[in-house]
Structures are given as C-alpha cells and as structure tokens.
Design a binder for this molecule. Structure first.
Ligand code: MN
Length: 744
C-alpha cells in the first residue's frame, strides 16, 4: 500500500544568527536597548576606535553602493515622479529591520520600511510564508509601516550561507492606487476601504522574479499598471544591487567584520545624535501648535452626511529636551481622527520625525536608526495621530503630518538660537502643495487615465536666521526635490502648461522672508474631460513664522470652466500665461468662462472639460524676524525682481520707494524711516496687555463662542485628554467643572 503524504509543516532552519529565530533576534535587540540604553548593548566601538580609516571605508562602500543603486535604478522607472524628481529612496537594514545606511531621496521612508520589516518578523514570516534568498516582499499599508498607500515599498532579504544578514529595501510613490477616485492621493475618501490597493507585507516574488498572479493583479488593481510594474522593477533592481554589494563586502572583508560594523554604526549614530543635541540645544519644554483645515461641508452632495463637515486639526506639539539628552515629542491634546483622508498612523509620524531629524540634528550622510532609537514619540490613541478606528483613511496623511512637524522645526530652531547655532535655524517647512491630481480619458487612448503631478516637490524654503529662504527648491519629505520638466508632466497627463512663474508675496514676510512659491497655469487639452483635485491649506495658516516673521501665504483654487480658449487660440487672441496678482489676474482678463475661485483647496474630484483653465499655487516658506527690521534695500530688490507686489511694500515693510528712470525702484530712505517710526507708534497704540486681552477673550472661550469647526476641534481635544483639559482650564482661569466635551 502506497504511503500517504501528510501535510506536516515544513521544518525550516532558523535564519537568525547562532541558530536563533528572527523574532528572537528582534526581541533580544529591544531587550538590550532597554537594559543597557545602548543599541544591541554595544559598549565600546572597537572597529571605529581601533581602525577608524577602515571603519570609514566600510561605511563608504555600503553608503556609496546604496546611492549608486538609486541613481541606476531610477532610470528603469517610466514614471516622471520617480525618474524626473527622484521620488524614491533605498536603505539597508539589519536582520531585525534597523536602518544602517540610506540613499538620498524621500528619506521619510527609511523608518517606515523599518516598521514593515519588523512587522514581518513579529508575525513570524520566517515560518510562513517563509523567507528565502530571491524572495520579494511588498508593502504599502500605513498601519504596518508607511505614510500612505501611494508609497509602495519592496523588501528583499540578504542571506549569506543560510543566515539572514540584512534587508535591502526601496520605496517609490505611485501615480495611481486604484481607489474609486483616480490618482495616488484620493481626497474625499472616508474609510480605508476607499483607499485603493493596499498590500500588507505580502510576498509577491521568488527567485528574483515577480509571481505571475501578482503581475496579473497589477493589471486589474490600478489604472496605470504600466507605471506600477516599471516602478516595481526599479525598486527590485535597486534592492538587488544593494544585496550584491553587501554580499561582495562580506566576501572581501569577512562576515564577522560586517556583523560588528552594523551594530557599531547604529550605536555610533545614536551617540552622535545625543552629542549634537547636547552641543546645539538648550534643555527645556518647547510648545508650538499647528493647524490644518478640513473643510468638507462643500462636498455635501458627494460625501455621506457624517463626513461632509468642516473640522480643523489640532496639533499641540510639545518637544521636551532633557538635561540627560532625552528627546521626546508629545501629541497629547491632539484631536480626533476624522472621516477624511488626512489621518496619520504612528508609523507615518515616525517617518516624518525621521526626515525632520535628517535635516536638523543629524544633517549629514551618517544618519540611521540610531537617531530614531534616541527619541520618544507619544501619539495618543484615538487622536488623528493614532486612530482607534482601524478603518481610517490615510491616503493624504501628509496634509496633517507636515504641519505637525513645523512645531519640531520651530522648537529646534529656538533651541539652536539659544546656543548660538543661528545658521541652523529654519522657520519650518510649508505644506507641499498645491497637489495637482486628476484622471479621465487621456491622450494615449486610456479611458481610465490617472495622474499625480509632483511639481510641489519644489516649494519655497523658509527663512533662516540670517538670510532669506530660497525660491522653489525643496520639500520637507525630499530635501533634493525637483519640479520636473513640464514636458514630462504633459506626457503623463493630457494637460498643457501655458505658464509657470515665480509667485510674488508667497514667502512669509520678515526681517528675512520665506523663499517664494510659484504657479502653474494649466489648460485641459486633448481629452474630453478630467476630474481634478487641488490639495493644500486654504482656510488656515498652518503655523506662524518665527521670531515675529509671518507665515507663507495660504492658497486658493482658481479654475475657469466652459472657456472661450478654443476660439482665442484659433483667432490668435491673448490667452493667460500668469495669475500672479489675484487683484490683477491675466486668468480673469484674458479668458472668458465660469470662474471658480475660493479657498476650498481640496475637495471631491471636480470635473474640468477640454479648454478649461486650472491654476496651481505652489507654497512659499515662512519668514523670520520683524518685517520692520528688514533691510530696506532688500525690499527694493524684491520689488525689482517682482518678488513683492508694489502695494505691499509700505503696509508690510514700511518701505517707501518709487520707480526710477531706468525702470528700477529707488529707495526713499528718509520716507522709509519716517514711515517705520509711524508704524511702530501705531503698533504701540493698538497693543494691549496680555492680561487685558485674556480678560476680554475669556467669556468667548467659556461659551466656546467659535465657528463650528473650532468648537468641534476643542471639544475633541478636551474629550481625549484630561491633561489638556486641565491645562486649558487653568490657562484661561475657567471654573473647575467647565467641560465643553460633556455638552457636545
Ligand atoms: Mn508619498
């Protein structure tokens, strides 16, 4: 009688070091950090101290390999988001998922990929589905390790003689995620079930090949499978290059050296973070609130009633720097998650923290999870930062995440000034908008086209302590942002660029002003229609400037529909190439049609037909210092360059100037001094003591006499945090039983 095969579980040899299982290695790493306070319990840096040149050589080989892999791999992608503006990033991780070194690019994801790897280890992927050389894992689930599902990450194990010695991982931002609404960051979604395709740490390939069932699924899951697949290949190739580089290094330098190095380099960075913190900051508690509008009441006809409401994000960020070099971020007092796509996950916020640190306390190439391990981040359960509803939508988490971290940049900047590191100051980063997205029948015959334009990767940078911010050059999540060539975006979309201009007045005013934003004027063309989104702050200033500087301008949307553009082009009549000055806009002068102009900078998809005009306003940075202290000559230069609209020189800066013979502006120094003296006098006359203002405002606060969105915001914060309620009550001197949450 034939023997019946039994389905016993496959016995796998543990992949960890010294016969350990991977989950055991992760547990041990976490235990050692808690017990010793040092990464993996590393005490002395034997490799670094014993042979510093050799240590640097290994570092350079690993880091160089990753930067090189990114540069090579991005050419495989066809997506302009990846190829043109470099919206990708690679990193090398320890077997437990701690980052060792990383490439340039969207560095926010180095830590989110770490979370995803740790999720696979904690879930015992070693046993099922198994981890082998040539396996390909993919994740874009923000609850496991990501910011939003548009960022898709690939993770490849690096196995040497049966032992897992690391992970190579890479991430890119996709063009479409297969949500009910087109594009990569749908707006108007109310739950995760509308967020599109979410892959939760799935094995999608073996033997360095994608599984055929996964490739089939790509074709049916998203509107732009061609881009998705080529992006996937770009990520896989980058990871393979990194894997090969590591295996070569191990072969040449020995496994023991590699194993010692990866522990030491993370502990080294943890110590460097503490040293920088001690050197550059003043211990203390720093608090900076930020806000974001969520005005969905305009979408009543498109969204369920419970979601079509106005609300505001409350982000009372507290940064605590301890005398013992502890570094803690605390979101206690944040308000509730909502039925919109801007909710964050703790993993996403860790990504934001990571990219913020890489531009402040660890501003060099030697950045890894050592810096993360030296920090703590409280994201209270039930808030927008850690929703107690597992089905929250997250597709545009950046909408909350970016303003949230303005508080950290402000706190660090203030701390830097306290220690005299004035050149490190930055008045935070503006929201990276306008995010232009859309979808519909496109010019290459796809009836379900979808696109996400990423020129917002080039916002104005905020002012520094001693100089103006730069115009259109970076994004908080990608310090090497690039706006991309117009031809690349036109190829992706069916829209034409009819103008792209630096935008006056967009940088926040100050002694040093924020870098300017800019604008694109777009014409819907070569398609019967597109549904289009805007995406940025419209009703609130997300934050203040610093030390008396003003915030950068908030945005507005401006479209003209049912236009006469076709006729204008045929008759060679003037058409709009700039908006620039809202009171004197070419878009209004040089085209006829139905004007949509308001502060609803995000909304449910809005139908635009061929020959409709769409304006995109890219944000400028925030200012530093009192505008009345700005060197008048700099204001005159701003007038000459078209960076400041002439009618604002006097009211904002008190600078009096007139146009000269040669068309250049001429400063009236005496007039300026007199005007500024008058403005200072008016300020004094207008001012009142804080006590008087609080006494006058207290009755409004007690009755919560605010617009509904503000009332909702405060009620949620009071409901979620007794500590916040207690402090708020104490600050305003309200009765002990005062509790606005109860009467909601
Ligand atoms: Mn992204």
């Amino acid at each position: 009688m034939a023997e019946i095969a039994t389905a016993l579980p496959i016995e796998r040899r543990p992949l960890g070091w010294d016969g350990k299982r991977l989950k055991g290695m992760l547990d041990e790493s976490e235990r050692l950090l808690v017990e010793t306070g040092r990464y993996y319990g590393v005490d002395s840096l034997t490799l670094k101290d014993g042979n510093p040149i050799y240590y640097e050589k290994i570092w350079s080989r690993l880091r160089g390999g990753i930067v090189g892999a990114r540069e090579t791999a991005l050419n495989i992608s066809a997506s302009p988001i990846v190829r043109e503006i470099g919206e990708l990033c690679f990193a090398l991780f320890t077997p437990e998922g701690d980052s060792i070194t990383l490439s340039t690019g969207i560095m926010a994801h180095v830590h989110t990929m770490s979370e995803a790897i740790k999720h696979m280890l904690r879930s015992e992927y070693e046993e099922d589905p198994g981890i082998a050389h040539g396996d390909i894992f993919v994740n874009n689930d923000p609850q496991l390790g990501d910011v939003h599902n548009a960022d898709v990450m690939e993770m490849l194990p690096i196995i040497h003689e049966g032992e897992l010695i690391g992970w190579a991982a890479g991430v890119t931002h996709e063009i479409d995620v297969g949500a009910p609404q087109p594009a990569s960051m749908p707006i108007g979604t109310v739950s995760r079930y509308e967020d599109g395709w979410i892959l939760s740490c799935q094995k999608v390939g073996s033997n360095d090949q994608l599984h055929r069932d996964y490739e089939n699924r790509i074709n049916t899951a998203v509107r732009t499978p061609f881009y998705w697949l080529l992006d996937e290949k770009c990520r896989i190739v980058g990871c393979q290059l990194i894997r090969d580089n590591v295996l070569r290094l191990v072969q040449e330098e020995g496994l023991a050296t590699y194993k010692t190095f990866i522990r030491e380099v993370i502990e080294d960075t943890r110590r460097a973070f503490l040293a920088n913190l001690e050197l550059m900051t003043v211990p203390g508690t720093y608090r900076f609130p930020s806000f974001m509008d969520v005005a969905h009441s305009n979408d009543r006809d498109r969204m369920p009633e419970f979601a079509a409401v106005d609300s505001i994000m409350n982000c009372p960020l507290e940064v605590r720097i301890g005398a013992d070099c502890s570094f803690e971020l605390d979101l206690d007092g944040a308000n509730k998650w909502g039925y919109h796509s801007f909710n964050c996950t703790p993993s996403g916020l860790q990504g934001g923290l990571w990219v913020g640190l890489s531009q402040t306390l660890i501003p060099n190439d030697k950045v890894n999870d050592g810096a993360y391990l030296a920090t703590k981040f409280n994201t209270p359960y039930g808030t927008w930062a850690n929703p107690d509803n597992p089905a929250c939508s997250n597709t545009l988490s950046w909408m909350f995440l970016i303003p949230c971290f303005t508080g950290m940049f402000h706190a660090l900047s203030q701390a830097f000034v306290g220690r005299g590191y004035v050149e490190e100051v930055v008045a935070a980063y503006p929201f990276t908008g306008n995010v232009t997205q859309g979808g519909g029948p496109n010019h290459v015959g796809n009836p379900n086209g979808a696109w996400s334009n990423f020129e917002h990767s080039c916002c104005g940078i905020s002012a520094r302590y001693v100089l103006d911010g730069e115009t259109g050059c970076a994004a908080v999540w990608n310090p090497e942002g690039d706006m991309g060539d117009v031809e690349a975006w036109e190829q992706l979309e069916p829209l034409l660029y009819i103008g792209r201009n630096v935008r006056p007045n967009t940088g926040g005013a100050g002694k040093y002003r924020g870098g300017l934003g800019w604008e694109s004027v777009r014409l819907v063309y070569n398609t019967p229609y597109q549904v289009m989104f805007n995406g940025r702050d419209g009703f609130v200033f997300q934050t203040s400037g610093l030390f008396g500087g003003y915030p950068g301008a908030s945005g507005y949307r401006h479209s003209v529909k049912n236009t006469d553009m076709k006729e204008r082009i045929a008759k060679r009549l003037p058409y709009p190439v700039r908006d620039q000055d809202p009171d004197n806009s070419q878009i209004e002068a040089n085209v006829r049609g139905d004007v949509v102009k308001d502060q609803h900078c995000y909304h449910h998809p809005d139908l635009h037909k061929e020959y409709d005009i769409y304006l995109s306003l890219i944000a400028g940075g925030h200012g530093v210092g009192d505008p009345l202290e700005r060197d008048p000559k700099l204001v005159v230069t701003d007038l000459d360059e078209g960076y400041l609209l002439e009618r604002y020189a006097v009211p904002i800066y008190g600078v009096v100037a007139h146009p000269g013979q040669d068309g250049k502006w001429v400063l009236n120094a005496a007039g300026t001094a007199a005007r500024r003296a008058e403005m200072r006098k008016q300020r004094l006359e207008r001012s009142q003591s804080v006590e008087a203002w609080m006494a006058q405002t207290r009755p409004r606060v007690e009755k919560m006499d605010f617009i509904p969105a503000v009332r909702k915001m405060y009620r949620e914060s009071h409901e979620l945090s007794a500590k916040w309620r207690h402090e708020y009550r104490g600050f305003w001197g309200l009765p002990a039983d005062w509790n606005p949450a109860a009467e909601a």
